[in-house]
Design a protein around this ligand. Structure first.
Ligand code: SAM
Length: 242
């Protein structure tokens, strides 16, 4: 795929999420078999020791994970997203502890070491450059900080990958269609399909996070179809690897 195609696809993904807004949270919950919310809360709990520091919610979208952070008494949330429309929606609901910023994970408008933690839920698979985004998370997070990633997973085992692939390609769009029930035009959740196809396997992504950010624990759910990565930013991590 050329870079231009991938940029076209990226714009379509963002438009699809904007279109999905009226049914976004309920449909995400439905197609994740009720696990999207609990896994976001798990990621929030992992970052709890950083609740007094600046925490970046990268790809905040309608602000679902930011809302959970605020409910858990986190004090200062930066909600980053390329969509002004989604940020306005999130900002109108989340109050003064939520600071919306238009931008992309590949080029964070933040000083080195200015964050205590980063959370990114169902967004990392949408970025154009995974490597640059992870490097940016590491740059902007202070030593001793942490990163939590929640996303759809791609199992390493061929058998489970085929099964999850079947669910994403053939079952998920039908479930999404029935959950949307006329609340949005078309079926914006179909945009999950190309992003899942481009996704690295769970182990590959875990290794990549480990190399860019720091030691990473991979937790798998639903046969590896949903994943949480919990990583710590150690002070000398890159030096240890060399
Ligand atoms: C599926 S939504 C997830 C929203 C929310 N985090 C949640 O937990 O439901 C993915 C979000 O990632 C955003 N996004 C896409 N590319 C991005 C990038 N390069 N950097 C930051 N956010 C991006 C999209 O605009 C969208 O709001």
């Amino acid at each position: 795929m050329s870079l231009d195609n991938s940029r076209d696809e990226w714009s379509s993904i963002i438009r699809a999420i904007e279109d999905a807004l009226p049914a976004y949270e309920s449909t995400s919950e439905w197609i994740s078999v009720g696990l999207a919310g609990p896994l976001r809360r798990r990621a929030v709990a992992f970052l709890r020791s950083h609740r007094r520091e600046w925490v970046l919610d990268a790809g905040t979208g309608p602000g679902v994970s930011s809302r959970m952070l605020l409910e858990d008494s986190f004090e200062k949330i930066i909600g980053l997203d390329p969509s002004i429309h989604l940020l306005r929606f999130a900002g109108s609901r989340l109050g003064r502890r939520f600071c919306p910023i238009v931008g992309v994970a590949e080029n964070l408008p933040l000083r080195p070491g200015s964050l205590g933690a980063v959370i990114t839920c169902f967004s990392l698979r949408d970025v154009v450059s995974l490597d640059r985004s992870l490097d940016e998370f590491a740059r902007a997070t202070r030593r001793g900080g942490a990163l939590a990633v929640v996303d759809i997973g791609k199992p390493d085992s061929t058998f489970w990958r085929a099964l999850i692939g079947f669910y994403i390609l053939h079952v998920m769009p039908v479930l999404a269609r029935s959950a949307i029930r006329g609340k949005t035009p078309g079926n914006p959740f179909r945009m999950i399909i190309p992003t899942w196809k481009r996704l690295r396997t769970n182990k590959q992504l875990s290794d990549l996070i480990g190399q860019s950010f720091g030691p990473c624990a991979l937790k798998s759910f639903l046969l590896g179809g949903l994943v949480v990565f919990e990583a710590d930013r150690l002070s000398v991590w890159k030096d240890v690897l060399q």
